[in-house]
Every structure is written in structure tokens, then in C-alpha cells.
Write a protein that binds this ligand. Structure first.
Ligand code: ARG
Ligand code: ZN
Length: 870
């Protein structure tokens, strides 16, 4: 059933306190719930509708009296109390559930020997009958009883207030959470776990006990997670003035989890891949992801938990904001190229969503199944929208807005308008039609043309914007687009900006007498002109600095302008971007060549530009690694009228190889200069060094060259950490053959006992572009380490396969057939994971007719799978 944002109604009843009691058995679990119910309007005895799925109702009482048939209706997904008393009352239910049989990993489930929960978005209803909506906020207690030897650790939200022994080898724990919360933040964990313990003292002097729980053998690998947690706690105090609010904070690592992690109040539950790390088993990228996700879930304590969402349409209110916060955190902790990675991610994952059949605004207007709306749009485009407030208001203005947001809404369930209003009111800001970002889907296309008038010493930028039609939204309004802009002089320096003529007014750009080099142009109309005055020479404009809005910008910059920006722009993001625009142009032009004649050439000017970047010792090494990496195949295909995966793949491969050939000596030097036999350190300098070395190695490995083959093997053998070992393995694995087979076998042998590493090994093979890889992937499904019930393994092998566009979209339909088969099997086991994989189809309309027809057959099959919005 489709649910609409416009149909939101206040609940008829609120819940004040909720006392839960679990008896965790081997066959079944019994859940008793005692809820104090308060009607919203006193005396209105309307029916009380409770959600409940896969529950066996044992009894239901009101004010201590057992209800009989006729006093309630029990439907497949609801329990309806037809005539509750008027005024406050106590509702008590007893239900039974089967966590051991729960393969959906939603609600309460048993995984690898331990009980754990996942309630967001709407799975608390799989635990007990409840008004399962986030605007019902209550205070909880949770009593857990279980066998003591099997489940020595019993955890829930808040503080442990009592624990003790029970008859028959059982024990119990009673937890109390003093903060009101929506039920999606409820959590319970029980099992054989051990903790790494530490403390954090908050700025006001509260000592918080920190515990990271995992299976005993994994405990040594939680050190980096603990470092990340403490860093996040400190950062939220320093940057947003937000302190932690309880005396205990728990993180639990579980191997079977549908998503990355979950921000349950004071009891975060994590997919183990975002907790466990050691230098030997985790790459720099894994270390960085752990830092980001630990930060993300911790930051939710304020943005999500203390202030939560009124309904699920508002998901981006907490997710967009919290992603923005974790991006800033990672960037402040030393990842200088974080902005570049985030924008690449947006382009690769979100732009395709925005251009396809699933396109939706960051706040959708309707949904059928909420779980399918945890999308790149809600999360990462949502984060870009939050970033635009900061761009418009500056650091201090943004902080004022955040402070007002917490001041107004602490303890409430609110909407995206409330956030907007706090930002606006705290700054007396004029945000024009900014709210359209919440309701219009599609990536705006902004065209800009420039002209210099030497006589008048003016420089004009003319903007025009269109927002492409998306399903259900054929016509769009112009959006409010902040464009950060600067002007470079002929020596490559930023020119000081003086004033801008716009909308009939001349506005000065100076700031307290200080020169300004970057200004924010507020583009709000379909067509609009900005004229810079007092510009002494023809400048080269640097537009959309820091990627100040999630749009596609088409400028009239020439290739030589772009090479100039690549060499000189003071804005690091735009320096990288200039190189990317050049690379995109080059790739698109070669795709046309390939389609016509299969003849490919590499422009020597491009090689020269890349060489300059490689050799520029003033540049950050991590930046160089990014700047010499080509745009993804998906990015290029999204720019074509009809996507051609074979041509794009051939072109990208050709350019990589040609660059490696032309720059072989430079790349070899980089590998040599950036080796180190020192102990692994997770810091910017070392990560940047490894990134550059391994990017160079990846390029070199595309050559057919004995010397290089030896070098790569040598790198593999001598590696002392996973970053270097895995990069070398990936380099070897680019080409089919004995060296590849041997290295893959050797790696598995070494790491077969470590499931997190084995998943990387799976993903490396499944996502490979080597011809006909679907056959290998079928073999991997039969591998002893594979398990269809474990989401990480599914994402590694099946999701990994879809990441190789050339194999997934193969014209014989073998890739589509593979995914189709897998999705149908998975839908029975774990519908959320199945739905996630189907989103790999979201680009299907962008392909040629043969592929579209193949895809249609599968989309028809997926009719049975609940996802389809195609
Ligand atoms: N709130 C979690 C996070 O972003 C993710 C929950 C995802 N839930 C889902 N049903 N997909 O941190
Ligand atoms: Zn989140």
C-alpha cells in the first residue's frame, strides 16, 4: 500500500512509558510489553491501531483486565483495540516470536550465536505490538532473561539498573533509558561477547564508560574503532558544542547485518566490517570507513535521537544532516581529499539514481516500503543540501542555525521545514525558494557562458538552468543554486573581487576591508547574469568551487582554460575537477571513435597535463593519486544518450594503458620513492604515500611487461600491511592467467580464517572486468566460504559482480540473468538485501534496445519482488 506525505495525521494516542520484558529461549522468545497510553485528545475513545508482523499473540490486557475476543481485532499486520477506555490506561501484551528462524535480519534475530535487533525503519513491529512510527516517543525499560552460560552478556539501551541470578542457570538484566525515544531506536543484544573498555570525559566533566563488544577472538581488532569513537565524541563537542548525555556508550560488532550500522540509543550495533581492523587485515580505505561510520552513528545521538523525525518521509532530516557531519569529521581528521571522494561517490551512485526510473526527491512524496528509501539520494544528496546551508551562511551562521535547531526541538520529532526554519531564523536569512531541494527530484543542469569587456573592465557570467523531468514530475521550477566562484589572473593567482552587478543592483564583495577571492553567486532563476566590475584583465573563472551545489555544470571553458585551472586553481577541488572535465571530454570523444572505427588515440596534451601533476612535488600525494584517476565508467555512461558499456570500458582501459606506457618511468619512480618498511600508521602522511604508490602500481600493471610483472609480484610478497598487499593483489588480478590464479589462491590460503578479509577476496574477483567473469562468479557461489544468508557475502559476490558494468551489462544477457536468479532466491530469505541488489538495475533505461529488452524480462520477474517502481 502506497503511503503519502500529504496524508500525515497526528496519532490519536501517545505512549508515555514502555516496560519490555524478554525471555530468550532456544525455540522461541516471549515478549511482554506494558505500555502507559495517553489519548492525544482527552475523552476521545477512538480505536487504537497497533502494528504487528509475524507475532503470536498470547494475551492482551487493559488496566489489568484480560481482553476477550470481540474487544479487539487481530489482523495479519495489526492488532486493533476497538473500544479502549477514555482517558489514560495501561496496555499489556504478551507475544511470542521466533528469532532463530528470522533470516530477514529485521526485528529480533539470532546471528552467529548471539541475539541482536534491528528496528529501523519499521521492524519494531516484528518484536511486539506497537504504534510503530517515530512520532511516538516514550521512556523505556527493558528486562532480559536468558541462559547464563550461553548468553552471559545482556544489553539494552540506557543504564543497567539491576542484574542477578535466576533458577535453572538463568540470569537477568534490567536496563532503563532515561531519554524518550521512538521505537526504531530500541535495541537488545545477548550473547557471548567481550568488551574493550575505555573512558571519555566530556567537556562538562561527565565520565562516560565506553565499551566495544565483539566475539572474543575479534577483540584485538577493535582498537581503531575505540580511537574513532573518542575522536568523534571530542569533535562533536569542539565543532557543534554537543556533549554525550549518558554514563555509558556501547558498540556491538555483529557479522550478520543488513546495513552498515545502527544508532540505537547508547547501544550502537555495527556490521563487523565497520568495526574490526588491524594493519595486517584492513586497508587504509577500511580504516577510513570505520572512522566515518563510527562517527556517523555517534553523531546521530543528537541529529536523529535527541531530535528525531516526525515520519519516515523526513528521513533526510537525520541522515542527510548526519552524513554531512561525518563528512566534515573525516575531513577535519586529516583526509584532505575527502570532498573529492564524496563528490565522486555522489556522481557514481546518486546521479544515476536521479536520472533513472527510481528518481525521487531527498524527501519522497510517497513510498510503498520504507526500507527501499535508504537511498543515495536521501543520504548523500541530502548531505549536499545541508552543505549548501553552510555555504550560504558560513561556519558561524551554520553553527547558529544548528544551535537554534537543538534549542527549539530537543526531545521532539520534527520535519525538514523545522530544520530550514532554524537555519533561516538564526541568521535572518533569505533562502528564496531553497525548499525546492526537498521536493524536486533530478540533477539540475546549469549552463554558464562568460565574456570579458576590456573597455568596461567587466566580466560577465550568464547562467541558465534546467531541472530534467523525472517520473511523476514532468515540469520543474528553477532551483536556488549557490555557485562559489573566483577569478584567476594570467599568472594563475586569485584576483581580489570588488563588486558584482546583479538584478539591477551593484553589490560590493569586500568583507571588512579584507580582500575576497571567492564569492557565492545566488543563482535562483531560469536565466540570470552576474557582472564582476573592476576586472583589470581577462580572467579564467573558477566556478562551483568546493562543489558548492549538487548539479551538473556545463561551462564554456576551453581545454586550455581547463589545463590552466588544473595547474593553478587555489581551490583544490576545482583543480581536480578541471582534470576530470578534461578526462570526461577525452573519454566521450574516444567512445565516438571506438563506435565508428575502433581506432583510439590519446591526446598528448592530456598526457602532459597528467605528467605535470605527477611531478609537482608541492602537491599533496593523496591529491595526486585522485587527480591521476580517471572518471568511472558509470559516470561516462550517464553522460551518453545511449550508454555503451563495451565502448566505455574499452576506452577507459585504453587510456589507462596508454598513460602507463607514456609515463612508465615517472610511475616507477613513484612506486620506489613511496615504499616504506616502517610499521603501519593510520595518518594522513602515510595514507597519502600508500595511495600514490598503489595508484601508480595499478597503472603499471596494465602494461604487458615482464619487468612490471616481477615488480608487482615483489610488492605482493613483501607487503607488511593489507593496504599494500591487497593493492598488489588487485594489480596482479587485472589480467587473467596463471599469475592471477596463483596469487588469488595464495591470498585465500593466508586469510581463510578471517571472514572480513575473505569478503574482500570475494569482491575483488566478482567485480573483475576480465571477460566472461559471470562464470567465475557462479563458481564463487559454490565456494565453501560463501553463504547466501550473510549480507556481507552477498554484497561482496553478487553486488560486486554488478559493479563491473562491462560484465553485468553484457549483451548476451548473462549478467542480468545472474542477478535475476539471485534476487529471486534472496527475496525469500532476506527481502531487504534482495531489494538493495535490484537497485543495480536502476540505470536500465539508459542502454540500447537489446539490453533494454533483456532487462524488461527480468523486471517483469521482479514484479513478484516488492521493490518495483520501474
Ligand atoms: N540509521 C542507519 C544509519 O544510517 C541505517 C538504517 C537503515 N535501515 C534500513 N532499513 N535500511 O546509520
Ligand atoms: Zn544514519
Amino acid at each position: 500500500k502506497e503511503i503519502f506525505l500529504k496524508d500525515y495525521k497526528l496519532p490519536d494516542y501517545y505512549f508515555d512509558t514502555v516496560d519490555l520484558s524478554f525471555w530468550l529461549g532456544e525455540e522461541k522468545t516471549t515478549v511482554s510489553a506494558k505500555i502507559s497510553v495517553v489519548p492525544r485528545v482527552d475523552g476521545a475513545a477512538s480505536p487504537l491501531l497497533l502494528d504487528g508482523v509475524d507475532l503470536k499473540l498470547i494475551s492482551v490486557k487493559i488496566n489489568g483486565n484480560e481482553l476477550k475476543e470481540g474487544d479487539f481485532n487481530l489482523e495479519s499486520r495489526h492488532l486493533i483495540l476497538t473500544s479502549p477506555p477514555s482517558g489514560n490506561f495501561i496496555l499489556e501484551t504478551v507475544t511470542e516470536i521466533l528469532p532463530q528462524k528470522n533470516t530477514s535480519l529485521e526485528g529480533l534475530y539470532k546471528s552467529s550465536g548471539n541475539f541482536c535487533t534491528q528496528c529501523e525503519a519499521e521492524s519494531f513491529r516484528k518484536i511486539t505490538f506497537y504504534q510503530d512510527r517515530p512520532d511516538i516517543m516514550a521512556k523505556y525499560t527493558c528486562r532480559i532473561e536468558a541462559d547464563k552460560s550461553q548468553y552471559p552478556v545482556l544489553l539494552s539501551n540506557g543504564n543497567l539498573i539491576e542484574q542477578g541470578e535466576l533458577e535453572g542457570g538463568n540470569h537477568f538484566a534490567l536496563w532503563e533509558d532515561p531519554f524518550k525515544k521512538p521505537c526504531y531506536l530500541f535495541a537488545l543484544v545477548a550473547g557471548q561477547l567481550e568488551s574493550r573498555d575505555d573512558t571519555f570525559t566530556t567537556s562538562s566533566g561527565r565520565t562516560v564508560n565506553l565499551k566495544i563488544w565483539s566475539a572474543p577472538q575479534d577483540l584485538p581488532k577493535t582498537e581503531h574503532a575505540m580511537y574513532s569513537l573518542k575522536a568523534a565524541m571530542k569533535w562533536d563537542e569542539d565543532v557543534f558544542g554537543r556533549e554525550y548525555d549518558l554514563d555509558i556508550f556501547n558498540i556491538v560488532s555483529v557479522p550478520d547485518f543488513n546495513m552498515g550500522a545502527m544508532e540505537n540509543k547508547s547501544l550502537n550495533i555495527f556490521n563487523s566490517m565497520f568495526v574490526l581492523a588491524s594493519p595486517e587485515t584492513a586497508r587504509d580505505a577500511d580504516y577510513a570507513a570505520i572512522l566515518g561510520v563510527i562517527g556517523h552513528e555517534y553523531f546521530h545521538n543528537w541529529t536523529g535521537n535527541r531530535v528525531t523525525c516526525r515520519d519516515w518521509f523526513q528521513l533526510s532530516l537525520k541522515e542527510g544532516l548526519t552524513v554531512f557531519r561525518d563528512q566534515e569529521f573525516s575531513s577535519d581528521l586529516g583526509s584532505t581529499v575527502k570532498r573529492i571522494s564524496d563528490v565522486s561517490m555522489l556522481r557514481t551512485n546518486q546521479f544515476s539514481e536521479d536520472a533513472g526510473p527510481m528518481a525521487h526527491p531527498i524527501r519522497p512524496h510517497s513510498y510503498i516500503k520504507m526500507d527501499n528509501f535508504y537511498t543515495a539520494t536521501v543520504y548523500v544528496k541530502g548531505a549536499e543540501v545541508v552543505r549548501m546551508y553552510k555555504t550560504l551562511l558560513g561556519n558561524q551562521g551554520f553553527r547558529k542555525g544548528m544551535d537554534l535547531y537543538f534549542q527549539r526541538h530537543d526531545g521532539q520529532a520534527v520535519t525538514c521545514e523545522d530544520f530550514f526554519a532554524a537555519m533561516r531564523d538564526a541568521n535572518n536569512a533569505d533562502f528564496a525558494n531553497f525548499l525546492l531541494w526537498y521536493s524536486q527530484a533530478g540533477t539540475p543542469v546549469v549552463k554558464v557562458t562568460s565574456s570579458y569587456n576590456a573597455e568596461a573592465r567587466t566580466f560577465s557570467l550568464k547562467f541558465s538552468q534546467t531541472v530534467p523531468p523525472t517520473p511523476g514530475q514532468p515540469v520543474k521550477e528553477p532551483m536556488f543554486i549557490p555557485v562559489a566562484a573566483g577569478l584567476l589572473d594570467s599568472s594563475g593567482k586569485d584576483m581580489p573581487l570588488s563588486s558584482i552587478y546583479h538584478d539591477g543592483k551593484l553589490e560590493s564583495v569586500t568583507c571588512g576591508g579584507q580582500p575576497v577571492y571567492t564569492t557565492i553567486l545566488r543563482v535562483t532563476k531560469g536565466e540570470e547574469e552576474f557582472i564582476f566590475s573592476d576586472v583589470p584583465q581577462k580572467p579564467i573563472p573558477s566556478l562551483l568551487r568546493g562543489y558548492s551545489a549538487p548539479i551538473r555544470l556545463q561551462s564554456d571553458l576551453t581545454d586550455s582554460d581547463l589545463f590552466f585551472l588544473l595547474a593553478h586553481d587555489s581551490d583544490e577541488f576545482n583543480r581536480w575537477e578541471a582534470g576530470q572535465i578534461l578526462a570526461r571530454k577525452l573519454m566521450l570523444s574516444q567512445v565516438v571513435n571506438f563506435q565508428k572505427s575502433r581506432d583510439l588515440v590519446l591526446d598528448p596534451q592530456f598526457v602532459h597535463g597528467i605528467r605535470c601533476v605527477l611531478l609537482d612535488s608541492s602537491l599533496d600525494k593523496e591529491f595526486i593519486a585522485k587527480a591521476i584517476s580517471l572518471p568511472s565508467e558509470g559516470e561516462i555512461m550517464d553522460m551518453m544518450d545511449v550508454a555503451d558499456p563495451d565502448a566505455v570500458h574499452a576506452v577507459r582501459k585504453f587510456i589507462r594503458k596508454q598513460l602507463a606506457f607514456e609515463l612508465k618511468q615517472e610511475l616507477l619512480n613513484l612506486v620506489k620513492e613511496n615504499r616504506s618498511s616502517e610499521k603501519y600508521v593510520f595518518d594522513h602522511t602515510n595514507m597519502a604515500r600508500r595511495a600514490l604508490k598503489n595508484t601508480a602500481l595499478g597503472y603499471l600493471a596494465s602494461l604487458e611487461d615482464e619487468e612490471i610483472t616481477e615488480l608487482v609480484l615483489q610488492e605482493y610478497k613483501t607487503a607488511t600491511n593489507m593496504t599494500d598487499q591487497f593493492s598488489a593483489l588487485a594489480a596482479i588480478a587485472q589480467k587473467p592467467g596463471k599469475a592471477r590464479d596463483d596469487a588469488l589462491a595464495d591470498f585465500y590460503n593466508q586469510w581463510q580464517h578471517d571472514y572480513v578479509v575473505v569478503n574482500k577476496w570475494f569482491a575483488l574477483q566478482s567485480s573483475s572486468d576480465i571477460p566472461g567473469n559471470v562464470e567465475n562468479v557462479y563458481k564463487l557461489l559454490g565456494h565453501q566460504a560463501f553463504d547466501l544468508k550473510n549480507p556481507n557475502k552477498v554484497y561482496s559476490v553478487i553486488g560486486g559482480f554488478c559493479a563491473s558494468l562491462v560484465n553485468f551489462h553484457k549483451k548476451d544477457g548473462s549478467g542480468y540473468k545472474f542477478l535475476g536468479e539471485m534476487v529471486l532466491q534472496l527475496d525469500k530469505l532476506n527481502p531487504q538485501v534482495a531489494a538493495d541488489l535490484v537497485s543495480d538495475f536502476s540505470r536500465w533505461k539508459r542502454y540500447d534496445e537489446t539490453r533494454q529488452n533483456l532487462a524488461k524480462v527480468l523486471i517483469f520477474l521482479f514484479g513478484g519482488v516488492r521493490i518495483c517502481r520501474f
